[in-house]
Design a binder for this molecule. Structure first.
Ligand code: GLC
Length: 543
């Protein structure tokens, strides 16, 4: 275990994800921008987070809202320019906030100059920067891979009579990372931003950058749900040859080498997959590469496929803790721009409060998605207003727009996100008049106040940001109790997931003092042989 005083900022700190389109619009075009982030830095500082992760702001035709990058070294005019970005970094650093940016290595935009060249002729020097293949012998795409967003992962290009590969939109052609020139060019984009002061990168679908050398067909998925949309070829297959290939790891070690050219930068990867394979993205002791890959492979295990159940949550945390080698630092994510909002997923605000206490008291780096601190829920999007290509192609129930709606700042027009009279790029939640930063800041019992108090307590408490984790077996069911400990400091966290009250006997403990309840209405000495928790109440107790 790493000693508390040696922790890096990305271990000790809390990350906050901003989806720039939806944070704050200062130009009045209905879309958020970087100046808007600058204007809200004092809010973020006061909230008590340590690092911002910005989803893409690069020049982009916005086929996938910035995840289709047309230039890795600039800012889309919609969001500002490089000078605005530099000010953002300087202003953030003044407030001791780190800046993490999204880096999209797997694919570019089809409008990126590299792809424009690549598609221009079969013998263009950049042809091999992407995946170009002849049609299958009988015609049609070169293999059976499907796109995450529906349809085949290949598009035929009339001009040169070949197909190119894209596992997302057809406007997102995939880079060939086996080509050394691609690697070199992409490494330079990391250096470009590190020189500008960027502290870390969130690496988009990093497990996809290396594919099977022969691009073999994926096998059918025997567990594919019935009633899939006809064009969902992706879910009908097991993702065997298109991601998580053994030889991706040497490339990630090279990426890490580039980060290590600069001081204390952090690499976070978007990764899924079975625990035993996922954990290797930290580096692999048995392969002699302990700690030589990502600082934090994002951990989505408390989010994906989870229901609101204490035993299930504990089992996930415990299996993660057991799987992590000593050199690997845990991290937890409960929401992001691709998933249903956590308040919607787990039931509502009562559950969201307990989830906040869980996220901010587990061992490891937490990531908060913008709006979680005010309990934002999914916003229903009328079918004709759907923007997300996934929703457009695979059906309204698959749209990710629901979790990307404008931040709710106040009760004024457009929730204080855009000026009055502007149509925002996605609709604003109906409950914004009461659920907004201004109103909840003034309420000592609000979820926002809870987040602030949790973040302050965590920052001030070595046992919480750096201590050990030990779960306790406690009756009755649907409660989750654990100890966090650093030196003599010991904290007990008791979370009641049930919608009824619970009384617990904590083994081996007699009493302690409640420092914080998710209800924000009690700070008191308690006896631990009969600790009463109300429905959906979590408490942090100093022992
Ligand atoms: C990642 C992003 C998602 C994007 C996709 C393609 O999963 O989080 O928003 O659509 O990659 O870049």
């Amino acid at each position: 275990m790493i000693a508390n005083d040696n922790l890096h900022w990305w271990q000790r700190g809390v990350v906050y994800q901003i989806y720039p389109r939806s944070f704050k619009d200062t130009t009045g075009n209905g879309v958020g921008d970087l100046q808007g982030v600058i204007e809200k830095l004092d809010y973020l500082h006061d909230l008590g987070i340590d690092a911002l992760w910005l989803s893409p702001f690069y020049p982009s035709p916005m086929a996938d809202f910035g995840y289709d990058v047309a230039d890795y070294c600039d800012v889309d005019p919609l969001f500002g320019d490089l000078a605005t970005f530099d000010r953002l970094v300087a202003e953030a650093h003044k407030r001791r906030l780190k800046i993490i940016i999204d880096w999209v290595p797997n694919h570019t935009s089809d409008q990126h100059p590299w792809f424009i060249e690549s598609r221009s002729s079969r013998d263009n020097p950049k042809r091999d920067w992407y995946f170009w293949r002849d049609p299958a012998p009988g015609g049609g795409p070169p293999n059976n891979w499907g796109s995450f967003f529906g349809g085949p992962a290949w598009t035929y290009d009339e001009r040169t009579g070949q197909y190119y590969l894209h596992q997302f939109c057809k406007e997102q052609p995939e880079l060939n990372w086996r080509n050394p020139a691609v690697k070199a060019a992409m490494f330079d984009t990391l250096r470009f931003w590190m020189k500008r002061g960027v502290d870390g990168f969130r690496m988009d679908v990093i497990g996809l950058i290396i594919k099977d050398k022969d691009l073999r067909d994926n096998p059918p998925n025997p567990a594919a749900p019935p009633n899939l949309p006809a064009n969902d070829l992706f879910s009908r297959l097991l993702q065997v040859y298109n991601m998580d290939q053994d030889d991706v790891h040497s490339v990630i070690r090279e990426i890490r080498g580039v980060l290590d050219e600069y001081d204390d930068r952090c690499g976070i990867g978007e990764l899924w997959g079975p625990l035993d394979r996922w954990v290797k993205y930290y580096g692999d002791a048995s392969a002699g590469s302990a700690g030589e890959e990502l600082h934090l492979p994002f951990n989505f295990r408390l989010m994906d496929g989870m229901t609101w159940n204490a035993q299930q949550m504990r089992a996930v945390v415990d299996s993660l803790e057991a799987a992590l080698p000593d050199f690997a630092w845990p991290n937890y994510v409960l929401g992001n721009h691709d998933r249903t909002r956590l308040a919607t997923r787990f039931g509502g605000e009562a559950q969201a409060r307990v989830a906040a206490m869980l996220l901010l008291t587990l061992r490891g780096t937490p990531t908060i998605y913008y709006g979680e601190e005010i309990g934002m829920e999914d916003v229903p999007i009328p079918p004709d207003k759907i923007q997300d290509p996934q929703g457009i192609n695979l059906g309204p129930e698959r749209t990710r727009d629901v979790c990307r709606t404008p931040m709710q700042w106040d009760a004024g027009p457009n929730a204080g996100f855009s000026p009055a009279g502007v149509e925002t790029w996605l609709p604003i939640a109906a409950d914004y008049v009461t659920r907004n930063v201004a109103a909840l800041s003034a309420d000592p019992h609000s979820i926002l106040t809870l987040y602030k108090r949790l973040l302050r307590l965590r920052r001030a408490t070595p046992a919480l940001y750096g201590g050990s984790y030990r779960p306790l077996d406690v009756e009755p069911d649907n409660v989750y109790v654990y100890l966090r400990k650093a030196d003599a400091q010991r904290y007990l966290i008791a979370l009641n997931f049930a919608t009824e009250p619970r009384t617990l006997a904590i083994p081996g403990e007699t009493g302690g003092r409640i420092l914080l309840s998710t209800h924000l209405d009690r700070e008191e000495a308690v006896s631990l042989d009969a600790l009463s928790l109300r429905a959906n109440e979590g408490v942090i107790i100093a022992l």
